[in-house]
Design a binder for this molecule. Structure first.
Ligand code: FAD
Length: 515
């Protein structure tokens, strides 16, 4: 049986492993940490349950497709609740807008900020709808096997229809003139770790899918997705080995000209041979630390990366009813805040930030009468050419968050804080091996998407595949699920079960290789 070794039990690794196992491959997943999930991790402490990274569940249909492909029904595993209003957005002067899937609730709010803007909103949603459907069908949901395939005569007009060469922030000006509305309909780029001044206008698809398909939350937390997919994978025969960091992908065997990866050497010295390898660990890290080709690693290192995030996980002993499930606080100088993050790789003097209060929708996320708060403050990624004082930035982010909460009348949070856990870019790097501590992987500007993004199969080692946020199609849980699907489809096309490369060790599977 063809053996597959998956490096990393992030959502991309788990989903790829489960799909391959269902297709008949013998799959082993090695994970550096003690549990699966990667960035979609959870922290449970003193009755408070935090989603470590993702807290916004979008594009439920993509999740449902994954469960279906594994012979399951999503509704048997996830109790999804729709979050509506989706967000409360607060501007620096204290005014606010609450985004709502009920457009009758949107009309008076929009017209109060900018007369006539409701019409712009409807047009913007229509464009988002077009971008969503076209990108999923023609770009995000398929593999590209050559540059010609990507820039084919059929695809070229789509690049213009999807406004892939136009910046998102410039484009939103076609629909709104008030800076608050332009901000309210572009800040969502931040949960892909992108600046709306750099992201393609294609990303209006996000605002569309949030309002049309909904923002959801699985009861029990985002980690339910990981738990359920892991147990499905196990039931399909996937073996998970935890606390097993890979040190090196072994390539080439005895021949310098070989185009095969032969297995993985673990940090603890164990050797795991495999017919195929799927690297789910962050792709730039894999090229840099696990593979020998320096030139390619350095080329990827020079690419644009998404931002990092300063995180606070606060267990508090009272409920702050001023907060909804998702709360966004936007910086007054919106542009300057992105320049600081993406050009200076620092923390803006006045940062935008996001506060998640999961107990609003799922009371079990906090002890009775108490609250669980997760704060995400976007910040520049690690940059060895800059002096970055993470302790100082963390302090500044904490003060900025408390000041914005005080605007809502939350002035006693520090007195009610039971504990605080915080993460900086250095923690993201150390915990999940994210290159530059970048929370969302490689960026998604025009030059780093589609065929131009690092491919999901290695150019030389033709049995080494990638699934995850930094390969095609990109970051975010549903998009990484699509990555797992596309990588699996590619493996099944290129490495059909019957075919075994002569270089692979006869009879040896990844598990049998564990000594
Ligand atoms: C703060 C934050 C907020 C986010 N919010 C959202 C959101 O609201 N909604 C959304 O959809 N997405 C969100 N995302 C993005 C989403 O979390 C990611 O796109 C997705 O989880 C990436 O999954 P992955 O499988 O590609 O990678 P990872 O989750 O990084 O998984 C890779 C795995 O590989 C393991 N690994 C690394 N090196 C090795 C090694 N040498 N050996 C063995 N194992 C190794 C890691 O420990 C990890 O478990 C957010 C991300 C962050 C950081």
């Amino acid at each position: 049986m063809t053996s597959v070794l998956v490096i990393g039990a992030g959502i991309g690794g788990i989903a790829a492993a489960a799909r391959l196992a269902r297709a008949g491959y013998q799959v082993t997943v090695i994970e550096k940490n003690a549990r699966p999930g990667g960035r979609c991790d959870q922290i449970v402490r003193d009755g408070h349950r935090f989603d470590v990274g993702p807290s916004i569940f979008l594009m439920p249909e993509v999740f449902a497709e994954t469960y279906r492909a594994l012979g399951q029904r999503m509704e048997d595993h996830l109790d999804l609740r729709r979050i509506n209003p989706t967000y409360r957005i607060r501007f620096d002067d204290g005014s606010q807008i609450t985004l709502n899937a009920d457009i009758n609730q949107m009309q008076p709010q929009l017209e109060a900020i900018e007369p006539g803007s409701f019409n712009g909103f409807l047009r913007y949603l229509a464009e988002g709808n077009l971008h969503y459907k076209l990108s999923l069908e023609k770009f995000v949901g398929r593999n590209f096997y050559s540059l010609l395939d990507y820039f084919s005569l059929g695809n070229l007009p789509l690049i213009f229809r999807l406004k892939a060469l136009k910046k998102h922030y410039d484009n939103v000006g076609n629909y709104f003139t008030h800076p608050y509305l332009k901000a309210a309909f572009t800040f969502q780029n931040m949960y892909l770790g992108l600046s709306p001044y750099d992201a393609p206008a294609t990303y209006s698809l996000l605002q569309y899918t949030e309002l049309a398909d909904g923002v959801w939350f699985p009861m029990g937390g985002m980690y339910r997705v990981i738990e359920s997919l892991t147990s499905i994978a196990e039931s399909l025969g996937v073996k998970f080995i935890y606390n097993a960091p890979a040190k090196q992908i072994e390539v080439g065997g005895d021949s310098a000209a070989s185009d095969r990866a032969t297995g993985v050497l673990l940090e603890d010295g164990r050797r795991l041979p495999a017919d195929l390898i799927v690297a789910n660990a962050d792709l730039p890290y894999v090229y840099d630390k696990l593979l020998p080709d320096r030139a390619e690693a350095e080329r990827i290192d020079r690419m644009k990366f998404t931002c990092s995030a300063l995180m606070f996980y606060w267990g508090v002993d009272k409920i702050y009813s001023q907060l909804g499930t998702h709360n966004v606080f936007l910086a007054g100088d919106y542009k300057a805040s992105f320049d600081a993050i993406f050009n200076d790789h620092s923390l803006p003097a006045e940062p935008s930030l996001y506060v998640h209060a999961p107990a609003r929708v799922d009371p079990a996320a906090a002890p009775a009468g108490q609250d669980t708060l997760m704060v995400l403050v976007p910040v520049g990624h690690l940059d060895k050419n800059k002096s970055q004082d993470w302790d100082a930035m963390r302090e500044q982010a904490r003060r900025a968050t408390l000041a914005r909460l005080a605007d809502l009348g939350i002035t006693d949070l520090e007195q009610h804080l039971k504990f605080e856990i915080s993460y900086t870019a250095e923690d993201w790097q150390q915990m999940y091996n994210l290159a530059k501590g970048s929370g969302f992987g490689l960026s998604h500007n025009f030059w780093q998407v589609g065929y131009l993004r690092p491919h999901n199969r290695h150019a030389r080692y033709r049995n080494l595949y990638f699934a995850g946020a930094s390969t095609h199609p990109g970051t975010g849980l549903p998009i990484v699920l699509l990555s797992a699907k596309l990588t699996t489809e590619r493996i099944m096309k290129e490495q059909p079960l019957a075919q075994r490369h002569p270089a692979s060790l006869p009879g040896k599977t990844a598990m049998e290789g564990v000594k």
